[in-house]
Design a protein around this ligand. Structure first.
Ligand SMILES: [Zn+2]
Length: 200
């Protein structure tokens, strides 16, 4: 982990600008965006340099963590401290988002037809799908996004899909919304074939 970059080296993310000449009808010319400073640079196999600008508050927290961990990390290596901090954060997020816990309680079960997904089932899905979106494109490609994960009913709840390990998968928000749209479109299309709909 590199030290925080100086203020003068802060990330520049200037948006692309456009210019046009309506009178002449000239084509719009997009200026290329300013070169972005790399945040993460691979150095060697399994080694990365990570740079970011931190606030005084974050800097103070790092110092306090270095002092409190002096017995375990005598060098005060920020990379080790950030690794511990991220591990604790990920465990906390898993607990909140997917009810992951090292001490699972006995489930009281789920009533048939309920939308409730028991914590035990969430943990099983979370672990089976590797904390990533399990959407697989027709090409067989799985992009496996890790952010904004949601629990997805393969057979929608509205048509009787039960909250079981086989019927629940992880999806990123975009793929969950996409599949919900597909499911709605399928329902509309099958309704269009009912005698009532054909009479309209
Ligand atoms: Zn996805």
């Amino acid at each position: 982990m590199a030290n925080a970059a100086p203020a003068s080296a802060a990330i520049s993310a200037a948006p692309a600008s456009a210019s046009a000449s309506p009178a002449s009808g000239a084509a719009i010319v997009l200026a290329p965006p300013a070169a972005r400073r790399l945040l993460v640079s691979p150095l060697a196999a399994g080694r990365y340099e990570i740079r970011f600008t931190a606030s005084a508050d974050t800097h103070d927290k790092l110092r306090r963590a270095q002092d409190l961990l002096r017995h375990a990390i005598p060098s005060g290596d920020p990379a080790e401290i950030f690794d511990r901090a991220l591990k604790a954060l990920l465990e906390d997020l898993a607990r909140k988002k997917c009810a992951a816990t090292g001490r699972p309680r006995t489930s009281r079960g789920t009533a048939r037809g309920s939308r409730h997904i028991p914590a035990k089932l969430k943990r099983a899905v979370w672990l089976r799908d590797g904390s990533r979106c399990a959407f697989v494109a027709r090409s067989g490609r799985r992009r496996a996004e890790r952010g904004f994960l949601e629990l997805h009913h393969v057979e929608p709840h509205a048509v009787g899909g039960e909250p079981t390990v086989d019927n629940i998968q992880l999806r990123c928000r975009a793929h969950n919304a996409y599949e919900a749209e597909c499911s709605t479109a399928r329902a509309r299309s099958s309704n269009a074939n009912t005698p009532f709909a054909r009479a309209l």
